[in-house]
Design a protein around this ligand. Sequence first.
Ligand code: 5GP
Ligand code: ZN
Length: 114
Amino acid sequence: MSDCLFCKIAAKEIPAAIVLETDRALAFRDVNPQAPTHVLVIPKEHHADAAALAGADDGLADDVLKAAHAVAVQEGVAEAGYRVVFNTGPAAGQTVFHVHAHVVGGRDLGWPPG
Ligand code: 5GP
Ligand code: ZN
């Protein structure tokens, strides 16, 4: 999608601090981090939200989840614990409508979230 911020990051038209890239997924640091580790993992292919990603075929959601886990390992937060969050829809606070998993860790994370 030509007017999608994260499609532009996936296409390297807008710079981002990329931490991991696979054939179909890209992980980059959130510009406004909420924890010492705060990385966004996206499919390079545009899907608006987690519901759309769940409907994608050929294992794309699987690739995104595996990339999220690989980021947690790479960032050194996998052992202590981390959170993978898909804000889905306006009530959940989704602001960018290209699906992204937040990988958050490096501090104690409260539950339930606010
Ligand atoms: P959402 O609220 O949709 O779940 O999360 C969107 C996230 O994207 C926010 O945490 C926000 O800080 C991040 N974000 C928005 N614009 C940019 C950008 O241009 N670059 C990067 N790296 N992150 C962004
Ligand atoms: Zn997009």
